[in-house]
Design a protein around this ligand. Sequence first.
Ligand code: NAD
Ligand code: DAU
Length: 358
Amino acid sequence: MKNILITGGAGFIGSNFVRYMLKNEPAIQVINLDALTYAGSPTNLEALPGEKRHTFIQGDICDRALVDDLLRQREIDTIVHFAAESHVDRSILGPEQFIQTNIVGTFTLLEAAKFYWLHERKWNDGQARFHHISTDEVYGSLAPDEPPFAETTPYQPNSPYAASKASSDHLVRAYHHTYGLPTTLTNCSNNYGPYQFPEKLVPLIILNALEGKPLPVYGDGQQIRDWLYVEDHCEAIALVLRQGRIGEEYNIGGDNQPTNLEIIHTLCSILDARLPASPHAPHTQLIEYVTDRPGHDRRYAINMAKIQTELGWQPRQALASGLEKTVDWYLNNADWVAKIRSQQQYNQWMQQNYVDRS
Ligand code: NAD
Ligand code: DAU
């Protein structure tokens, strides 16, 4: 692994991964390809460790000519593919872009990698790798007594977002099976931590609570997610890159099962403790039940036995302390928050998803 192309490296997990790799892999060059949609920002890439080994390229993964040029000119041996439309709610209100980026974009990258690595025979076996970042949402929703998602669980995606990710996963699998493209794939649960765009649950709750705005709970708030601190996710991906078996999938999770309401209560009590003089404390008074997300998945849970036994990975960060670190990060990075939320599109989204919600 010398020259690594990271797509979507200006987004939440991608920028954390860029940071992680520059810090922990001193010999690699990182080429970061990101279209800078509403979800990506150069602000996420400020003060990187080993900055000189990072090159940022603004561009679209659907642009085949650009991707071809990058692979050749930068002699890319490893692709880690994060770039996606990632927000379930946005996929419900406007699915088209999800089809384009998540399916067509992944197809474009796979074709370019196939051409460069397999047809031009630039690399020998074992020297190249296409790692695809996917989600647990492809497995659908679990009943309370159903066992957690394993790598063998059939796909049953419920939202346009999940369906588009499932499609991209199938393409990755097919490119390995049919053409022998050296791929690995990880399906991960809900991430939280620094640099998460504030339309997702954890940062949204923290920032709304700080400002005394309503804390919107979809439906009854009893939906269950498995929460993973983003740095743990980065570590797992790096391990799969180094040691994961070609053609394999690995599930990654945080090994916890809180309801959304429990997450919101925990965040409120952390804020109560950090800001005892706040006029909004106790922050739970801001909780407001709103119309549920259409097709809302009830429960996700991850069986991590494969990555634990094969690669020895497990999450380091406990949920309670991870949420504390995350609250502190948002409290200490008001400039980042202001820059991210100043975008026109953010306010439009808040209006569309919450004020206009019926
Ligand atoms: P994000 O929305 O924060 O970031 C996505 C990034 O991709 C942004 O920087 C955006 O500008 C870029 N992008 C979008 N369309 C692009 C295009 N056409 N060309 C180039 N760049 C483009 O997403 P995230 O939460 O960091 O998720 C990253 C990946 O991880 C996604 O593939 C997502 O499906 C997956 N994932 C996310 C989670 C989670 O909890 N956030 C969990 C499991 C898997
Ligand atoms: O499971 C992995 C997935 O986690 C990733 O694939 C997605 O990219 C990522 O966005 C995330 O999807 P979710 O839909 O689970 O995340 P979100 O933060 O949008 O919502 C978490 C839960 O909180 C979900 O059950 C919906 C609920 N929710 C969310 C928002 C934004 C609320 O109750 N109120 C809200 O305002």
